[in-house]
Design a protein around this ligand. Structure first.
Ligand code: FA5
Ligand code: MG
Length: 386
């Protein structure tokens, strides 16, 4: 109860994050649990499943720059404004994102670095990093997860288009020889249009290169693995999507062990983003892919919290470069706790604030938190612990 009361108590004047002190303000909501995750960089720890998966993706794009050490601290301007997020986008709110203060936050996606990396002159690159989102607690959501961003831009002229055409021919030939079944959508549609500043023929070529590159990555990651039953084709499904800094935009799902699994979001980069990066004469695509969901199915890891485990019974099961099946160890049955509490009159509490409090107090012991009922000021939350 004391900790709950502290949520609304006075905040300290400074927070220390990655060894630096920062002043706090009305936006500060980073919690001790989150601060403790920042130095860990699971995607660079040898033998960790997330590190093997990063390397597997990188090996599929050998001519791309491979980046994996950019600081998670970014400005809201980098995370949102440079990518044309509207001023009222819900992702900006303190209930959805972690803020050090109003001028500094934890990146919510690896796209936060797109403009900087294009601006440095990189034209083909991958970037893997930890990203932070305030969310509910359950077996497939964790406030920290990992993404790999990939992007390719070419000159918006005949030379650039020829480069794409040649690459497309190579990829078509490769996919024709492979056991893959693709459910596609048109490159362009009224709901998923070409940008006014772009030649639709160029956009078609870029969208085609994007799709071929990612279909071939899906084959590299999932093709012929346990679960994509022997002899059966790997099934990949393209869906129209929408992101503020790409159009046309798509999502990719893969059918694995009887379920469609959302793997990534992607699209043709908007001119405004390229202009912000000082590369107005280039055109290209970008994608962002979630590592945990892929690693969970490839390694049969049943719960997202396990990636953070320091238990040798977890860590010793894995070797760098190898995808093996996780063997569960001493899993106690879950037990359920109901927690009821009152808030002082007039005070409200966002569910995500409560979830962060639970993580700070109980760490990864708590598997799932559900709001059971809420009656004029009284909240009852159900916790599942193991
Ligand atoms: C993005 O984050 C965009 N930045 C992707 C993108 C990049 C689009 C470049 C266009 C161009 P989204 O929020 O859908 O999009 O997340 C991308 C992927 O991250 C998802 O497909 C999923 O695999 C993974 N992901 C998203 N939320 C979670 C979560 N809470 N836990 C685990 N994985 C997640
Ligand atoms: Mg999505």
């Amino acid at each position: 109860r004391r900790r709950l009361a502290n949520l609304s108590a006075q905040r300290p004047s400074h927070v220390t994050v990655l060894g630096e002190q920062y002043p706090t303000d009305h936006m500060t909501n980073i919690s001790p649990t989150i601060v403790s995750k920042l130095p860990l960089k699971l995607h660079t720890q040898p033998s960790h499943p997330l590190s093997t998966l990063r390397a597997l993706i990188e090996s599929h794009f050998p001519t791309y720059a491979h980046l994996s050490s950019l600081s998670p601290l970014v400005t809201p301007y980098q995370n949102f404004d440079l990518l044309s997020f509207p001023a009222d986008h819900p992702g900006r709110s303190v209930t959805d994102s972690y803020y050090i203060n109003k001028d500094l936050m934890l990146r919510t996606h690896t796209s936060a670095h797109e403009v900087d990396v294009f601006g440095r002159g990189e034209t083909k690159w991958l970037l893997t990093a930890d990203v932070y989102r305030r969310d509910e607690i359950d077996g497939s959501h964790y406030p920290v997860f990992h993404q790999t961003e990939g992007a390719r831009i070419v000159s918006a002229n005949a030379t650039g288009m020829k480069e794409l055409e040649e690459d497309n021919e190579r990829l078509v030939a490769h996919l024709e020889r492979s056991n893959i079944e693709i459910e596609d959508v048109p490159h362009l549609s009224p709901a998923n249009p070409c940008q006014p500043a772009h030649d639709p023929k160029h956009t078609e070529l870029i969208a085609k290169n994007l799709k071929l590159s990612l279909n071939s990555l899906m084959l590299h990651l999932f093709g012929g693995r346990v679960g994509a039953t022997a002899g059966n084709p790997l099934k990949v499904r393209w869906i129209e999507a929408s992101f503020p800094w790409t159009t046309p935009s798509f999502e990719v799902e893969v059918f694995f062990r009887g379920k469609w699994l959302e793997i990534l979001g992607c699209g043709v980069v908007r001119q405004a983003t390229l202009d912000n990066a000082n590369v107005p004469d280039k055109l290209g695509w970008a994608f962002g892919l979630g590592l945990e969901r892929i690693a969970m199915v490839l390694y049969s890891i049943p719960d997202i919290r396990l990636f953070w485990s320091r238990d040798p019974r977890f860590l010793s099961q894995f070797q760098q470069g190898e995808i093996t099946t996780f063997k569960p160890y001493s899993k106690y049955p879950a037990c359920f706790k109901d927690v009821s509490f009152w808030l002082p009159q007039g005070e409200t509490l966002h569910e995500n604030d409560f979830c962060d409090l639970v993580r700070d107090v109980a760490g990864d012991v708590v598997e799932d938190v559900k709001l059971a009922s809420l009656c004029s000021g009284m909240s009852k939350l159900a916790l599942t612990c193991e």
